[in-house]
Each structure stands twice: as structure tokens, then as C-alpha cells.
Design a protein around this ligand. Structure first.
Ligand code: NAP
Length: 343
């Protein structure tokens, strides 16, 4: 699809999804490119993020500090964009920024704190990585694992959805920190994709997770980084070492259920002085610059390899979101909307 440069395209909520998202849950709207006023910037979208959370936005849930979406609203989402007009003192035409863009091809921003619009440093890497290791997905892995997991060399670390966006970064951070890493993912293709960063993998679609954990970890685990919740979290609770840390990042296995999974064995924390700790990436906002610099330096030094799954074309945003719940992504998913323009 050739995107019109004189019209704004927006993906909006047509109806509340039931189960995984399907095309009829989305409505494509077309309107004039918005006008840039005093104190504002006009942004031309380059990349848009795809994350499990966006289905919750479509359900109208208040999952972040974004306003709950009504039917007809433009779907929330972070993106990378080029400033093509500026009436704001801090931004020049041509600057590349990231922040809350929404599922649209142009946006006028007043650069409010809630939009979290900030310039993207040119580090000689793809700007799309600002939606991967150099943005919220990377920061979730970085702060969740380092601040909440508190890894020490030799720690046994188990990571679920280990071939997904956050998971594929956590296994690499664990390796950088000298840990023994077990990655759990669904299917042979995914376990093969992450095997070079793992000491062992568990293919949960073809193997029993409880059985494999006992076989692989007779002494138990030190850190479980949980992206999925449910049965996998329960199996890890049964295999804790003294002082183990469970980091509750996400629970994607429960997002399509009517009722959350009822965890019954959390008392396993007690006997081994273990802890289970949630976190929310935006609570670390004042430290994002440090994480971005560190992750970029690991990438440049070949210590860290971004695993990305790029959807081509704005028209494919709905099917891209469905892929996350269909288990089809390997690595961080984002959409390449268009190329940078020569200005
Ligand atoms: N706490 C925070 O601040 C924060 C920030 C960002 C993300 N998150 C959460 O972190 C998790 C990972 O996010 P992400 O953006 O990196 O997404 P992601 O891991 O790339 O999510 C997609 C993957 O999840 C797995 N999955 C899907 N349905 C599943 C199911 N029913 N049971 C088990 N696994 C399932 C699939 O991998 P397999 O094929 O291997 O099953 C799929 O490829 C999500 O739960 C997200 O909500 C939390």
C-alpha cells in the first residue's frame, strides 16, 4: 500500500475483541493531515510498536495511564516519527522522536508529559530499535531483570516467552551477567532461535514444563522472569532455591481467559525465603536514558543481538497484533510504516 502523504490514516476500535483480535475489530479512517499550531509539532510516522497490551486498550481497559478507549477511538501505541513541521522550541524539522503516536500515519503533538515524546539519538543503528531494545520493550527487560531479578554470576535463570520481545532480551541480559539460562518457548523454530543464548531450552508445546524443570534444575532456580503467568508460573514456584526471585512482568497466557488463572501454590515462597515482585516499566522513566545508552553500547559491541520481527506496512497493523496471540512472532514486533523523508 502506498501511503498518501496528504491524508492521515488511522486504525480505530470498531468493536471490542472477543478472543484474539480479528480484522472486523478494526476500522480504518481517513482524514486531512492535522494542522500544526503554536507550541506543537507535526509528526510523520515511521514505525509503530505491536504489543500484547494493545488488545487490552481495545477492550477499553485502563491498563496504563492512557485514557480508556471508546469505540471509534484511535488505538494507543508507541511509535517512532519524523518531525516535519515544528512550532515548538525544543524540536527541529527532521528530528526523529519516539513516544505515544497512536495507530496513525500523522500526529500533531503538543509534547505533553503523557505523550512522552522525546528525541531519538542517532547511534548509527536502525531507528526501529527504539521500539525494541532501545525503547520500552528493552527497558522492561533491563529494569525488570536487573532491578527486580538482581542477577548474580552463576544464578540459574528461567525465562518464559523467551523468544518474544521482552523474553529474548532477558535471556541475553542473563548471559551478559554470567547466569545459567533456561528459555521456555513454544515450538522447535522458537527454541532454535534462542538456543545460542540459553544453556537449555524447554519447548512447552511438546514437553512437560514441570517435568523438564525438575530434570534440568535439581537444585531449583534463582530467578524466574515471568512473561506468561498461569501454569508455567505455578511450575516455577515448585522449583525455587533459597532466596529465589520471581519477576512478574506479564501473564499473556491469561489475557484471553474470562477468569484469571487461580494460582494455588504461592505459599511455596515461604519455605525458601523467596519473593515475587511485580514491576511496571514506566515507573523507571527517570532512568530510561541510562538503559538506552547501555543497551546501544552492548549492541554496538556485539554483546547483544536485537531479535526483531518487522511487519511491513501500516495496513498490516491488525494482523500484526493478532500474530502475538497466535504465537507467530519471534522477537520484538513492530511495523515499518514508511521510510524517512529527505527534508
Ligand atoms: N510489566 C511491564 O511493565 C511490561 C512491559 C512490557 C511488556 N509486559 C508484558 O510482558 C510480556 C511480554 O511482552 P512482549 O511485548 O515481549 O510480548 P511477546 O513475548 O512477544 O508476546 C508474544 C508471545 O507470547 C507467547 N504467548 C502468546 N500466547 C500465549 C499463551 N496463551 N501462553 C503462553 N505464551 C503465550 C507467544 O510465544 P510462544 O510461542 O513461545 O508461546 C508469543 O509469541 C507480556 O505479557 C506483556 O504484557 C509487561
Amino acid at each position: 500500500m502506498n501511503l498518501p502523504e496528504d491524508r492521515n490514516l488511522q486504525w480505530c476500535v470498531a468493536r471490542r475483541p472477543q478472543g484474539n483480535v480479528v480484522q472486523d475489530d478494526f476500522l480504518l479512517q481517513e482524514s486531512a493531515v492535522p494542522e500544526c499550531g503554536e507550541g506543537q509539532v507535526l509528526l510523520r510516522t515511521l514505525y509503530l510498536n505491536l504489543a500484547p497490551l494493545m488488545r487490552m486498550y481495545m477492550l477499553g481497559e485502563a491498563v496504563t495511564d492512557e485514557a480508556p478507549l471508546a469505540i471509534g477511538d484511535v488505538i494507543h501505541g508507541r511509535g517512532v516519527a519524523q518531525v516535519i513541521e515544528s512550532q515548538h522550541a525544543d524540536f527541529l524539522v527532521g528530528d526523529i522522536v519516539q513516544g505515544q503516536i497512536g495507530w496513525q500515519t500523522f500526529k500533531v503533538s503538543s509534547v505533553t508529559p503523557q505523550e512522552r515524546i522525546s528525541k531519538v539519538a542517532d547511534r548509527g543503528l536502525s531507528y526501529g530499535l527504539s521500539l525494541g531494545p532501545l525503547g520500552m520493550t528493552g527497558f522492561s527487560a533491563y529494569f525488570g531483570f536487573l532491578e527486580r531479578g538482581r542477577p548474580r554470576p552463576g544464578d540459574v535463570v528461567v525465562v518464559s516467552a523467551a523468544a518474544g520481545g521482552v523474553g529474548s532480551m532477558v535471556i541475553q541480559l542473563a548471559k551478559i551477567h554470567g547466569c545459567h539460562v533456561i528459555g521456555i518457548a513454544g515450538g522447535k523454530e522458537k527454541t532454535a532461535a534462542i538456543s545460542s543464548w540459553c544453556d537449555a531450552t524447554i519447548d512447552y508445546k511438546n514437553e512437560s514444563v514441570p517435568q523438564r524443570l525438575v530434570e534440568l534444575l535439581p537444585q531449583g532456580l534463582d530467578i524466574y522472569f515471568d512473561n506468561v503467568g498461569g501454569e508455567t508460573l505455578s511450575a516455577c514456584l515448585d522449583n525455587l532455591k533459597l532466596g529465589a526471585r520471581i519477576v512478574l512482568c506479564g501473564r499473556i497466557s491469561e489475557y484471553l481467559l474470562d477468569q484469571p488463572y487461580g494460582l494455588t501454590n504461592y505459599s511455596k515462597l515461604g519455605r525458601v525465603d523467596a519473593s515475587m515482585h511485580g514491576f511496571f516499566v514506566y515507573n523507571y522513566a527517570e532512568h530510561f536514558a541510562r538503559a538506552e545508552k547501555q543497551m546501544a553500547s552492548w549492541i554496538s559491541d556485539d554483546k547483544f543481538k536485537p531479535l526483531v520481527d518487522v511487519v511491513e506496512g501500516f495496513e498490516n497493523m491488525p494482523s500484526g497484533l493478532a500474530k502475538l496471540y497466535d504465537h507467530k512472532n519471534i522477537g520484538t514486533m513492530y511495523c515499518r510504516v514508511r521510510e524517512i523523508q529527505d527534508l
